[in-house]
Design a binder for this molecule. Structure first.
Ligand code: ARG
Length: 392
């Protein structure tokens, strides 16, 4: 099911969603009842007259922070209130959007001391109007499936999007770590693509604290993960372009991106470097390779002065977040199998938590219909709807 366009949502529902957001937002910001009531009244008027309403900068910032706090898959939510929100609602053309995305990368990258940032572009999901960023993340590596004699290269998760970029005229080197261009569309207009200036793409070459030859594997990863294909919903207003970033947890890179067989699949290469016996499972070569690969990621990011968190610290921080929310009298929405880290999960406190449930909170970040078809990283169809997760 696709997300409803605004026309399909009745005025009554819009008023209700706006009011419920304003009540929660203003109460968290400790605003006076008088101010809240004035604002609700003004929004009612604006909605009835124009069919939409415009968030104040303060509502946009706090609403975006709430959306992070509500994201059931994120282990890093202890820092939700530190999110910096860049208001880019004035951007209308693709070059203006690209310019704002470059500013996002600069602000977030901060020379390695990564800042959590979200850039919000104007609302509007109607066909013919929506601003869409086609990239899954602002910075990501191209994937080339390979042909005939030619072996595959790059990130398999990017194969479909890379094909789109090439059709648009972008040319990669065909290597394992080609940074993809930004692809932006406004409404029904054909998309435009933009090369990201090199100075804005921080990368970390991977080395290992003890194994000198590790660098010879030629592995690297980028510093800042900026998820750019989700829709931000605040008080009934939908922002289809609202890229956001935190810093990495090392397992995202070491266990999944470089370790998964469907991604870079580098565990065999690491195991061979370590001289492990790959002829039998009982040597636990995969586990040992995973461990050393994750250590290399942590070591290299530290060495490069780029923020990163290990999965034990992140899990402890998540428990502190739960505690903090309990004290505020709020429930925590959580998806257990996303929150446990993909290495040694049973050694973290989240493993034993059998109370985690996904709750239908708002504001929130939502999967939306992919901006281009044939995309291999598209979520299962039921997650593209705005329906309650319990009533699929
Ligand atoms: N897991 C994704 C990746 O490896 C990034 C998702 C966001 N991660 C984060 N730490 N904020 O690229």
């Amino acid at each position: 099911m696709e997300i409803q366009t605004r026309e399909e949502v009745s005025l009554e529902v819009q008023l209700e969603q706006a009011e419920s957001f304003l009540r929660q937002c203003y109460s968290e910001l400790e605003k006076s009842p008088a101010e809240l009531n004035r604002r609700i009244e003004a929004v009612h008027k604006e909605l009835s007259l124009t069919g939409t309403y415009i968030h104040t900068a303060e509502e946009l910032t706090h609403g975006s922070r709430m959306a992070w706090r509500h994201n059931s898959r994120c282990i890093g939510r202890l820092f939700w209130h530190t999110l910096e929100v860049l208001d880019a609602r004035q951007a209308e053309t693709a070059p203006q959007v690209a310019e704002a995305l470059f500013r996002h990368l600069e602000r977030a990258g901060n020379g390695g001391r990564i800042r959590p940032v979200m850039t919000v572009f104007r609302s509007g999901t109607e066909p013919g109007r929506a601003i869409r960023i086609w990239n899954h993340q602002l910075i990501r590596y191209a994937g080339y499936p390979g042909q005939d004699e030619q072996p595959r290269s790059g990130d398999p998760a990017s194969d479909a999007f890379t094909a789109v970029c090439r059709e648009l005229g972008w040319q990669g080197s065909g290597g394992d770590f080609d940074v993809l261009p930004l692809v932006i569309s406004i409404g029904d207009e054909p998309p435009s693509w933009f090369t990201i200036p090199e100075a804005l793409v921080q990368e970390v070459p991977l080395s290992h604290p003890e194994i000198e030859q590790f660098g010879g594997l030629g592995l690297r990863w980028y510093a800042v993960p900026v998820v750019s294909d989700m829709l931000l919903g605040i008080g009934g207003i939908r922002y289809p372009a609202a890229p956001f970033n935190g810093w990495y947890m090392e397992t995202e890179i070491g266990s999944r991106n470089l370790g998964d067989t469907g991604r870079y699949n580098r565990l065999p290469a690491v195991a061979d470097l370590l001289g492990l016996d790959r002829s039998t499972n009982t040597s636990l070569w995969k586990d040992r390779a995973l461990l050393e690969l994750n250590r290399a990621v942590l070591h290299s990011f530290k060495l490069a002065g780029v923020s990163i968190v290990d999965h034990h610290t992140a899990a402890d921080q998540f428990v502190r977040f739960q505690e903090q929310e309990r004290q505020k009298g709020r429930e925590v929405s959580g998806k257990w199998h996303w929150l446990i880290p993909p290495m040694s999960p049973s050694s973290t406190p989240i493993w034993e938590d059998n109370k985690l449930r996904e709750l239908n909170f708002s504001p929130r970040l939502i999967y939306q219909k992919p901006a281009f078809s044939g995309r291999n990283s598209s979520p299962p169809p039921d997650e593209t709807s705005m329906k309650c997760p319990f009533h699929r």
